[in-house]
Ligand binder design. Structure first.
Ligand SMILES: [Zn+2]
Length: 264
């Protein structure tokens, strides 16, 4: 069995607070009836709420993850959003907002168990506070970052600043970009090399064929999940992933990228 990579997204992403939307259909027998799941408070109530809010993983939960990886001789790529967006739009760097978690991740990287990847600067659109929950609708479309309708310099700046925050905290070059929600534009790809990005991990490959010399990691070999899965289901969820692929060895996403380059 070939090497594969496990990729955990959304660490440090404030979308876990702000991306609020509800179910809009309820199955009743063979039909799905319309349901106003995005109305006012309804979207916050289980089982109507579909995504947020949920908690950031704690440092103790990270230690459990690291122990499990170590025992399985597996590595994990953690895609971190470098800035936490507060409700008023202020952006707080991940190591400032979550110092204990940031230390746990740094330890895990130093032990060789984790690759830290870039999962954007904000995970959402900041313009006009579009990321905030609304009264009468969901806000899911604005919880993506690298839309083509945003100007080229937004793509460049978000990459530059996020690379800066993560690179200085972790003390290593961050080589892999995981665009939030798989949304990526040719503008992002063109801006990537100057920010030190060598690999992009995303379902769907290069947008409009633009690669700018960046390697798009074969996504059939990447198993992506979210911190939400671990917050809700804990270490057993990770164990399940580790055994679900017939004895595959788990390397990092950037390792897969390097293999791809070598095989060319
Ligand atoms: Zn995400």
């Amino acid at each position: 069995m070939d090497a594969m990579a496990l990729r955990l997204d959304d660490v440090g992403a404030a979308s876990k607070q702000h991306e609020v939307y509800g179910i809009t259909r309820i199955p009743v027998g063979p039909v799905a009836l319309p349901f106003p799941g995005n109305l006012l408070f309804l979207k916050y109530l289980p089982p109507i709420k579909r995504w947020a809010p949920y908690a950031e993983m704690t440092a103790a939960q990270w230690e459990g993850i690291l122990t499990t990886l170590d025992a399985a001789k597996a590595r994990l790529t953690v895609a971190v959003t470098a800035g936490w967006v507060e409700r008023d739009g202020r952006i707080v760097p991940f190591p400032t907002k979550f110092p204990d978690q940031a230390r746990a991740l740094r330890g895990g990287r130093e032990r060789g168990l984790l690759e830290i990847a870039n999962h954007g600067y904000t995970h959402c659109v900041l313009e006009d506070a579009l990321f905030r929950p609304r009264l009468f609708s969901g806000n899911r479309p604005y919880h993506r970052e690298f839309y083509d309708w945003l100007p080229e310099d937004v793509h460049r700046e978000h990459l530059r600043v996020s690379q800066d925050i993560l690179g200085s905290w972790f003390g290593v070059a961050i080589e892999t970009l995981v665009p939030p929600g798989n949304v990526l534009s040719a503008k992002t790809v063109r801006a990537a090399p100057a920010a030190g990005i060598r690999f992009i991990s995303r379902a769907g490959g290069a947008p409009s064929g633009e690669t700018a010399g960046v390697v798009f990691v074969d996504d059939t070999r990447v198993v992506a999940f979210h911190d939400r899965d671990l917050v809700r289901r804990g270490v057993p969820f990770l164990r399940q992933q580790l055994t679900a692929y017939g004895g595959a060895t788990f390397v990092t996403v950037s390792d897969l990228g390097r293999q791809q380059v070598a095989e060319r």
